[in-house]
Design a protein around this ligand. Structure first.
Ligand SMILES: [Zn+2]
Ligand SMILES: [Zn+2]
Length: 192
């Protein structure tokens, strides 16, 4: 099923769903489309509550759905990627709300069969749980690499090691666990 704004609007008129004031950063068009989609799926109580907004504090997350509040938050960076990514993320998050609403008090997995069914209902069958969008990564960049000249082990650290450090397995094996300069890590700065 695909929804256009006009369809959603007509449906809203017919069913006269009360429109609540938008939260900050609220998107009237996407909220109306979400309401229309919920009505189409027979979820009128969800249609009454659902709203879509842009959250400028989002970093690596593309979107988020909060239930039972029925709030969909989208990362404004999506707009810079493409319109189709906005659309896909919007439907992905809406599918979460649809799945939770249908499940009621029953506990379901976030990306389980109920969510996948909702994705099919919303026209994005085969949608995946994660995204691979060029959004800032959540994981911190490793900044330092250490290399043991004895066993060639490599470690990476965000923080620089203080003082002299040696490879513990090598020191244990060859020097009864005492520091040995021959197993001292060779340090290299990596990344930014
Ligand atoms: Zn998801
Ligand atoms: Zn070693």
């Amino acid at each position: 099923m695909q929804f256009s704004f006009s369809e959603a609007e007509r449906r809203l008129e017919r069913r006269s769903v009360p429109i609540r004031p938008m939260p900050r950063g609220g998107d009237g068009l996407l909220s109306a489309r979400a309401k229309g989609a919920c009505l189409e799926l027979g979820l009128s109580r969800l249609a009454e509550r659902v709203s879509v907004c842009w959250n400028p504090r989002m970093r690596s997350t593309a979107g988020r759905a909060t239930w039972p509040d029925a709030i969909i938050e989208l990362n404004p960076a999506l707009e810079g990627i493409s319109e189709s990514e906005v659309e896909r993320t919007f439907l992905h998050e809406l599918a979460h709300l649809v799945a939770y609403e249908r499940a009621g008090n029953r506990r379901i997995r976030p990306h389980g069969p109920e969510w996948r069914r909702a994705c099919s209902n919303l026209g994005i069958p085969g949608e995946r749980a994660g995204h691979s969008l060029p959004l800032p990564s959540r994981t911190m960049r490793r900044k330092w690499r250490y290399f043991c000249p004895g066993c060639w082990a490599v470690l990476e650290r965000v923080r620089r090691m203080r003082g002299h450090s040696a490879c513990y397995p090598c020191c244990l094996k060859h020097n009864r666990g005492e520091y040995a300069d021959q197993f001292r890590f060779v340090e290299k700065r990596i990344g930014a």
